[in-house]
Ligand binder design. Structure first.
Ligand code: NAP
Ligand code: GLV
Length: 308
């Protein structure tokens, strides 16, 4: 019988994981992170450094999220063990719903209307329509590709920047530094869905924001790692950015004293862009374990060479 050690959602979360795995993978024994030190598999978000490396039986690591930076920041994480990114079908769909909401919230003035409502002010205003707003998506991976499809279906002209070519119908693709500059120059709404790598750290900072047309809009649903928050606030104050929606911060939770909370042109959400249910995630892990135990290769795997 195989064992799965879980660190995601604390003790209360473990009770729920245990219930789902009992139904979905009856041959699997689930163990709470604080009660055991070794297992065949680990399901983790941010394990204490060194814990995974000290598990002699470990055969596969399952990230509790699509981004596995909470695992790979451990200098000792065992790189020879497959690390699976949590990507049930519902994850990309939820991300597309979040970015679709954020895009409409931006073009329809959602933040402005919320502030008006708070002071009982009946003030109408003109707004653009999706075909008027050129969207540039940084990252066309599991999340970005679905977001691109959904925004295009909503009527936005969509461009995307990635390392490799995708050939996505109706999406203008850009690659490399020159490609990024070319995309930014014609982007009215920039969306960040990049992984957290050395190359993408603080990419959303003043030099990049200055390459956007004046009054551009920004959505970051990837990681706080990608953004220089003071630069974004300064760009909102100067008018270089007209509005932004940020779901992710560094650190999280966003400190209560951060000026981001009250900024009139910024909508803050608490890292909720895509959070598939525990049931969906347990089903994904159970399916991947079945693949592994029948001699197959789970997917998608973190690639240590590329760092995502
Ligand atoms: P992914 O599948 O690994 O996709 C990453 C994309 O970025 C790929 O298209 C990749 O290009 C591109 N890329 C990476 N480095 C690049 C570079 N230096 N230059 C140009 N393009 C580059 O990641 P994902 O699963 O879509 O996740 C995207 C982000 O969303 C991650 O940061 C993840 O942590 C975050 N996330 C956040 C939430 C939330 O709730 N806020 C939920 C889920 C995920 P190639 O395709 O050519 O490799
Ligand atoms: C959430 O942030 C995830 O990476 O799935």
């Amino acid at each position: 019988m195989s064992t799965l050690l879980i660190k995601s959602g604390g003790a209360a979360g473990f009770v729920e994981w245990q219930r789902h795995f009992a139904e979905l993978a009856p041959g699997l024994t689930t163990l709470f992170w604080d009660d055991a030190t070794d297992a065949d598999y680990a399901l983790v978000w941010d394990p204490e450094p060194g814990r995974l490396a000290a598990m002699p039986s470990l055969r596969c690591i399952f990230g509790a999220g699509a981004g596995v930076d909470g695992i790979t920041r451990d200098p000792d994480w065992p790189r020879h063990i497959p690390l699976v990114r949590m990507t049930p079908a519902g994850a990309a769909q939820r991300m597309a719903e979040y970015v679709g909401w954020a895009a409409l919230h931006l073009i329809r003035g959602g933040r402005r209307m919320a502030l008006q409502q708070a002071r009982a002010a009946w003030e109408d205003f003109e707004h653009p329509s999706a075909p008027d707003i050129r969207v540039g998506i940084m990252g066309l991976g599991v999340m970005g590709a679905r977001v691109a499809q959904v925004l295009r279906a909503m009527g936005f002209p969509v461009m995307g920047w990635s390392r490799s070519a995708k050939g996505m119908p109706g999406i203008a693709e850009f690659h490399g530094d020159a490609g990024l500059a070319a995309m930014l120059a014609q982007t009215d709404m920039l969306i960040c869905l990049l992984p957290a790598t050395a190359a993408t750290r603080r990419i959303l900072s003043a030099p990049l924001l200055a390459q956007l047309p004046r009054s551009a809009m920004l959505i970051n649903a990837a990681r706080g790692w990608h953004q220089e928050l003071p630069d974004i606030l300064a760009a909102l104050d100067s008018g270089q950015l007209s509005q932004a929606v940020l779901d992710v911060f560094d650190p999280e939770p966003l400190p209560a004293e951060s000026p981001a909370w009250a900024h009139p042109k910024l909508t803050v959400t608490p890292h909720v862009a895509s959070l598939p249910s525990r049931r969906e995630r347990a089903a994904f892990v159970a399916q991947q374990i079945a693949v592994l135990e029948s001699g197959g290769t789970p997917a998608p795997l973190y690639d240590p060479e590329h760092g995502y």
